[in-house]
Every structure is written in C-alpha cells, then in structure tokens.
Design a protein around this ligand. Sequence first.
Ligand code: ADP
Ligand code: MG
Length: 635
Amino acid sequence: MGDQVTRKPELAELQFHPARRKAANAVQTLVCLGLVVLAVLLLSLLFGRSGERIAVQMCVNVAAVVALGVFCGNSGIVSFGHGAFMLIGAYLSGILTMPAGLQRTALPMLPDFLAGHELGVWVAMPIVALAGLVFAAATGSAIARLVGASATIATLGLLIITHGVAIGAREITRGSQTFFGVPRITDLGVALGAAVFLIIVARLYRESRWGLSIRAVRDDPSAAIALGINPRRSRFIAWCLSGTMLTLVGALYGHMLGAFSPASFYLPLVFAHVAMMIVGGMYSVSGAVTGVVVITVLQDTIRQAEGGFDLFGVTFPAVFGLTTVALGVAILLIIWLRPQGLVGREELGPGSSSRMFNTIRSGTKRAAAPSIVGDGVLSAEHLFKSFAGVAAVSDVSFKAPTGAVTGLIGPNGAGKSTVVNLLTRAYEADKGAARFENADLLKISREGIARQGVARTFQNLRLFGQLTAYENVLVAAFASGQGAQGAAQIAIRELAAFDLDDMAGTAAESLPYGARKRLEIARCLAQAPSIILLDEPAAGMNPAETEDLADRLSRLGGERGVGMLLIDHDLRFVNRLSSRIVVMNRGQVICEGTPEEIRADPAVIEAYIGRGRTAATAQAAQNQEDEPSRGVVET
Ligand code: ADP
Ligand code: MG
C-alpha cells in the first residue's frame, strides 16, 4: 500500500497528455541540437585546426540531410533531386551577391535582369527561398503524383536535367568551368545556425497536421484517402517545403565553397547525403542528424589514417583510397546490422519509448461526443461491378439510414467488401449510383466521400503502422478539419471510447490484434462521420472481445446516432446490433428484412447450404439466438 502511495506521483509524471507530448517533442528537438553541438566540439577536439573546417561542412550537411528528410522521411520516397535545389540556390545566391566588378569579368554575358545586384547575402536569401519554392512547386506538381520507385527515378531525372541545363547555360553559370567570386560567409556560426534552424523547422513540420498526414499516406495511402487526406497534396507540400529548405542550404554551401561548378552538386554529393540519411535512419530528424555526424566523424578519422600513421610504435603505410573503401564497408555494416538506420523509426529522446507516454492521464480534457442531426440515408442503387468478366456485384440496391445499424451478411465471396469499396470509390462501379444525403458519392472524389460524413474500416486492417495509436486518431480528427486543440480532445475521447487509453503512445503496428481492430474504428469515428461502414470489425476476435465490441458499438449508435453498415461473419453479433439486415449471395441481394425475417427466409438458408453446409448447419442458422457458437458462416 505504502509502496503504491510513493510510486503514484512518479507514474503520473509519465502519463500521456497532449501538452506533454508537445513538451517531449521539444526535448527531442533539443536532443538533436545537442548532438550537433557535441559533434562540433568533438571535431575541434579530434582534428584541431582543420576541425573547424570539417565542422562547418558537417553543419551544412546536417542542414541538407534534415531538409532532404522532410520529403524522404515523411513520404517514404527516396529522392536524389535535392542536388538540383542546392545547385539553384548556390548559383542564384552567388550571382545576386557577387561584387559587380568581378561579375563583369567572370560572367560578361549575364542577362541584364540578373546582373549587377551585389546584394547582401541575407538580403538575397528570401529571393533564393522564393526561387526554390517556385521551382519546387513546378516540379512537385508532377513528382507528387508518383510513388515508390517511379518517384525516385523522377527525382534522379530532375537532378540529371538540372545538371545538364546548368552546364549548358554558360552565360549564367560559366558552364562546367568553375564559377567563382562568391562571397564566403558561411563560417561555423552561420552553418551551425542554419542547421539548428532547419532542424527546428523539420521537427515542427513532422509533428504538424501536414506532417502527420503525409506520414499517414506513407504508411497506408488507401486508409489516408478514406480519412479525406489527399495524398498528392500531402506529398506536394512536403516536396515544396523540402525543396525550399534545400535551396537555402545550397546557397549556404555555395557561400562556404566560394567557387564551384555544377559537378559540386551532382552524384557524389547527392549519394553522400542519401547514404547519411539511410545510415542514420530515414524516418526521423534525429536519424538524419545522427547519420551525418557518424559518417563525418568516421570519414575524417579514416582520412587521417590514409596518409599513414603511427600506432603504439608501429608505422602503418599510406593506403590510397582507404577512406572510400573503409567508409563503404562501414556503411554496409551499419545497414546490415540495423536496416532501419542507427536511430530506427522513432526520434531520440524522451517520449519516443512507448512505455512512457502510454496511459492517458485521467481527467485529460476530452471533446463532447457529437450527435448526428438530420436523417441521412446511404443508398446503393443498382450497383454493378465485375472483375475480368466475373460479376462480383450485380444490381445491388439497399438503404442504410443514420441512427440505425444495417447488417450486411452473406457467404464468403458474396460481394460484401466489394460493395463497401464501391460506395467509397476504392473501386469504380461499372454501373449504378450511391447517394448519401444529397451527394452522389460516385461523382465526388474519394477524399470528398469522407467529408460527406461517410467513414469506413477495412477488412484487412489498414492502420498507420508507424504512428502511435493517439496519432492514428489525431490525424483523422485533423483531416476532418479540426484545429489542434479540438483534434487532441477528439483523439482522447475516441481512444477512451474504445478502451485504448492505456496504449496511446504505442505504435499501431505493435498493438495486439484486438486493439488494432478497435483502433481502426476509433480512427474512423474521429472524423465525426454520420455513417460508418464496418467491414468485419469482429473478425479474429474471441467471443469476449466480440461481446465487448458489440456493447461499445450499440452505445455509440445510441448516444451519437451514428449510422452503421455492419458486415460480419458472426451472425449473433450482427443480429444483436442490426435493426435490418441485407443478405447477399453471389453478388446479389437475396433477402432484406429484420433479423427475424431473414432467419426464416428459405433463400438465406439455401445460400448457406449451397456452400456445402449440412442441414444441421441450416438449423443452426435458424436457431442463432440459442446458438452460443460464432455463427454459421465462417471465414
Ligand atoms: P466478401 O467480402 O463478400 O467475402 P468480396 O466482395 O471480397 O466478397 O468478393 C466478391 C468477389 O469479387 C469474389 O469472387 C472476389 O474474388 C472478387 N473480387 C473482389 N475484389 C477483387 C479484385 N480486386 N480483383 C478481382 N476480383 C475481386
Ligand atoms: Mg469481405
């Protein structure tokens, strides 16, 4: 007892609260900044006079890799395009700040609008940033449409084209010759300041609604769309922010080098940055920082050895190319031992360990549950869909009102999931219509359907695996247009409603199965929908869990008036909740009515016997109410 009393305050300290999550994020950011400062000190200690030069280079690399991570880490798409942005930043800033006299000799053919500005570096920066943003928007409108390898290849194409254009545009860049006369202003203070600034920007973005949205898209695009998130727009925003940041870093890099050529921003630099990002861990800002720090320290330590050295009286000879080979081996080793990168998926610092922020502090303010006003009806009207000539759904019509639960049952392959996919446009219907209230669902965008108040879950769980349970729900509330505070309170409410308030800080992929199933429903309710389409919410749950879920759902229906279209194999579960049931078989609606009516319908019984069931099974279908087992239709 005494033990409990003394331990209680300590536990309370570790509990989850939206404000505490923010504080933890701030501390995580400080950890990143501390890491950079420590590395700078370490470099001057290790390498004496040349240490400062290495430290400047490292800080510029930290800034570059962190900016690169804003797109790559959050979208999950590796990009090589950042060399293009850095090149533009360096040349543009160089031209704008170059002394006019020098410019006349170095760039005699420079177009008038670029010539003779001789701006201060800090005056030039906003112009450079704006140019970066414009270039990012122009290229992003195409690249944001792509995912995976095709997106990566497109970014490589962007790099190659920009490099080629820079070599060709001799009047502006001196072609492949050295471009010189750029004021060298990037000292340790400037470089460190830039690194710190960009780390803060990257962290703020990562935790913002846009950062959460793009990370949700990365983890599961279909589920993100079902929340009303537009994947293209999310990628576009990430690309534009990352590109603008990289253009600024490029300018600083140019002001560090003083003289450079297009090759300075080409494959060697680009690959080095990508390697640093992957070694540290692509998915976090701490990973980007760690990757740069570790590789810089390794590289420069090995480089010292390249020219030969003495160790305990033994003289090692000079080995040409040692740095490259040893660095390559080190990178391979790290990737082999830690495929997620040194840092892994979570940020360094407090709060990233799920154990700490798991339980929501009691009394944390939660939003009041909304209740649905009006009497919307979701209706499927003569829907048809075939796959390669095989009809999966043919001429399906039914209505599901808000304020009630409509069951949708039928044997495996009957077409139930296809109907949900048609209603939410995950599949395009061949024919037919779907309406909710006054909207024709098949004529609005997939994201728009969520905004109409129609939310769904998936038969095969689709959670945002790397986001925590809290963030999964939070991102849904954001997507429905909530502000930061409202979204947090909604997330707390839904986690509590589904008994997830002691798993708030756990990554969705690490939750037990039952909790993941509940989280998907909680996430869909955070959108404040009028009707939810639940595709086998109880599948894989044990009888106790199913019972518990039925209690929660019936409470929800009663308190909030949310309509439900409920698909499940567990007929007891469906019968208990539904006021009406639609039965499908072989793509068609074979019966519709109250649970009692469908139980007595010969066509329903035949549908099950038709699948090779015995007469005893049909009897069981009729006696569902007395039957304690899990229904007649099994997966
Ligand atoms: P249910 O959810 O009732 O078990 P589904 O709607 O998943 O049934 O499937 C209905 C039929 O459509 C099945 O024959 C299935 O094989 C087919 N089907 C569903 N989705 C696809 C798809 N993406 N491609 C091809 N066939 C599909
Ligand atoms: Mg199904």
